[in-house]
Design a protein around this ligand. Structure first.
Ligand code: ADP
Ligand code: F6P
Length: 321
């Protein structure tokens, strides 16, 4: 049964490519003759009834921009059944018959509860730089974020080499080490510390000292925020190695920037896929990429399973260090 009206929203931590995905949802729906509503500021906008009709022009001139033109937010009220019902009623009164949610695992979890409690058809897209959604090896924004981190590592290598220093770089990823692993390997880091793999700082420091004494000019250590504080780990390194040590916490610079071609292309393909699916009656599915192909993952599976780190990447990072 073809829908007459759908809605699209971005939620949780923003990521470069969210705009490309939302633009593709809107343009595809309009192409199919279906009305599209935009929910401003994530679930907070749904609860606050901040929902607006969108047209082609609403998504003009945004494909090249990071962030999200719809805005996003964290919303505690939506973590309650009453809050979810309030949001649902605001959609129903506009005749919205399906919702596309572009967000991370938290947002998709919220969507799974909304689906279960109200029956509203939900299609999700993995909008997060963390690359931590189960069932897929890519999330919208992870490529741009990894490139931002690698650019920072390239710059840090110059100054670390000039001063014969060890520099620790703390990157995002929340509880996942995927972003650290991708950017650490691509950035040529000597060590990549991730929450999924145990590490021994005594061992790391002994090796760092041996390499330094053998003439190695500098070392870069990428630290996933879920593995610990780079500032605290940096104190341990400085103390145990007696080598000049500095720390860079990249923070929210990793969330911004113009999306890469990969993020724009994949986000556009996923946006079209999501719009066609929700319009044709699909529900409880998250579309993503796996091994270069679009895959549909059951929404409840995606949110109830934790994505593991590819052991092959862990092995490679050790071989190449
Ligand atoms: P992300 O989607 O990037 O993981 P969050 O985890 O902050 O970001 O989730 C974004 C929003 O999704 C939250 O502010 C909340 O409104 C909703 N949400 C997250 N987890 C849940 C949950 N377990 N139940 C209901 N809503 C949730
Ligand atoms: O989930 C995306 C993310 O960037 C995480 O990597 C990070 O830990 C978190 O969001 C930061 O959240 P906030 O933007 O609310 O500080």
């Amino acid at each position: 049964m073809i829908k007459k009206a759908i809605a699209v929203m971005t939620s949780g931590g923003d990521s470069p490519g969210m705009n490309a995905a939302a633009r593709a949802v809107v343009r595809t729906a309009l192409f199919e003759g279906v009305e599209v509503y935009g929910i401003n500021n994530g679930y907070q906008g749904m609860v606050d009834d901040d929902i607006v009709p969108l047209d082609r022009k609403s998504v003009s001139d945004i494909i090249q921009r990071g962030g999200t033109f719809l805005g996003t937010a964290r919303c505690m009220e939506f973590k309650t059944p009453e809050g979810r019902k309030k949001g649902f009623d605001n959609l129903v009164k506009r005749g919205v018959e399906g919702l596309v949610i572009i967000g991370g695992d938290g947002s998709l979890t919220g969507g799974s509860l909304l689906s279960k409690e109200t029956g509203l058809p939900i299609v999700g897209l993995p909008g997060t730089i963390d690359n931590d959604v189960w069932g897929m090896d890519y999330t919208i924004g992870c490529d741009t974020a990894a490139n931002t981190i690698v650019d920072a590592i390239n710059k840090l290598r110059d100054t670390a080499s000039a001063h014969r220093r060890i520099i620790l770089v703390e990157v995002m990823g929340r509880h996942s080490g995927w972003l650290a692993m991708m950017s650490g390997i691509a950035g040529g880091a000597e060590y990549i510390l991730v929450p999924e793999v145990k590490f021994d700082m005594d061992e790391v420091c002994t090796e760092l000292k041996e390499m330094y004494d053998a003439g190695k000019r500098y070392s870069i250590i990428v630290v996933a925020e879920g593995a610990g504080s780079a500032v605290e780990l940096g104190k341990i390194v400085a103390e145990k190695t007696q080598i000049d040590t500095r720390v860079s916490v990249l923070g929210h610079i990793q969330r911004g920037g113009s999306p890469t071609v990969e993020d724009r292309m994949k986000a556009s393909m996923l946006g079209e896929k999501a719009a066609l699916a929700i319009i044709s009656g699909a529900t409880n599915v998250v579309f993503g990429f796996n091994e270069g192909k679009v895959v549909g993952v059951n929404l409840f599976d995606a949110v109830n399973n934790k994505k593991t780190l590819d052991p092959e990447l862990v092995r490679l990072s050790r071989v190449l260090a």
